[in-house]
Design a protein around this ligand. Structure first.
Ligand code: PRP
Length: 214
């Protein structure tokens, strides 16, 4: 494909984007424009390498990549699972490690054993649905929340939650615990399916460089 085409990256805003830029820098891909923290720019360019970068809300990253607005995305496995977009997941970047778990008070453990009809609060209703319906074959009532999900069992909104556990301190400080582990999570690189056909050399080189560096 033409050497003049930009390869565009969509990065999940925040710590994930900073970690990704650090990693890319280690394999010789930089973007000086992005280092100016006071900048309000949304899109950053490296003219020499013909690369563009933009920062997006995590759940929007797979959307940009599926529609080809970005060729490549970096986002958490939790978001990839929840959004379930048609993209290729090509690389586990190894950082942002945590676990998707069913959590609640110790007393709720019994409710998970006997296929009881329980209420599950989560920021990840699709992951919760898939886990309870398809893996555990337990019919549950799923309640979507947008954050501070640990409140659910504490205030009596839900019996358990499906949420990310990193250090476990949020659970501990709120008298909750991990009841079941759903899957491990980390940052992943995703690629638009058409871009993979159109720019195989550039994208495969990037994946290989990252893989051998990691
Ligand atoms: C995440 C997650 C847990 C917490 C887990 O929340 O939803 O609440 O981090 O981390 P820990 O195991 O290290 O305590 P986040 O900070 O993203 O905010 P949110 O609750 O608004 O989603």
């Amino acid at each position: 494909m033409s050497e003049n085409r930009y390869l565009t990256f969509a990065l999940g805003k925040g710590r994930l984007a900073s970690k990704t830029m650090e990693l890319l820098e280690e394999i010789g891909i930089t973007c000086e424009e992005m280092k100016d923290k006071s900048s309000r720019k949304l899109i950053f360019v490296n003219e020499e390498l013909k690369l563009k970068f933009f920062l997006a809300k995590g759940p929007d990253v797979p959307t940009y990549v599926e529609y080809g607005a970005a060729d490549i995305g970096v986002v958490g496995k939790d978001t990839i699972m929840e959004e379930n977009r048609r993209v290729y997941e090509v690389l586990d970047l190894g950082y942002g490690k945590c676990r998707m778990c069913v959590c609640g008070p110790k007393s709720a453990k019994e409710l998970l054993k006997h296929h009881e009809m329980i209420r599950v609060a989560s920021k990840y209703p699709n992951i919760a649905k898939d886990y309870f319906y398809n893996k555990k074959h337990q019919t549950v009532d799923i309640i979507k929340l947008n954050g501070s999900v640990e409140l659910g069992p504490i205030v009596g909104l839900a019996d358990v939650i499906v949420d990310i556990v990193e250090t476990g301190s949020t659970l501990k400080e709120n008298g909750l615990e991990v009841l079941e582990e759903i899957c491990p999570l980390s940052a992943r690189m995703i690629v638009n399916q058409v871009s993979m056909q159109m720019e195989p050399e550039r994208i495969k080189k990037l994946i290989l460089d990252l893989r051998s560096h990691l």
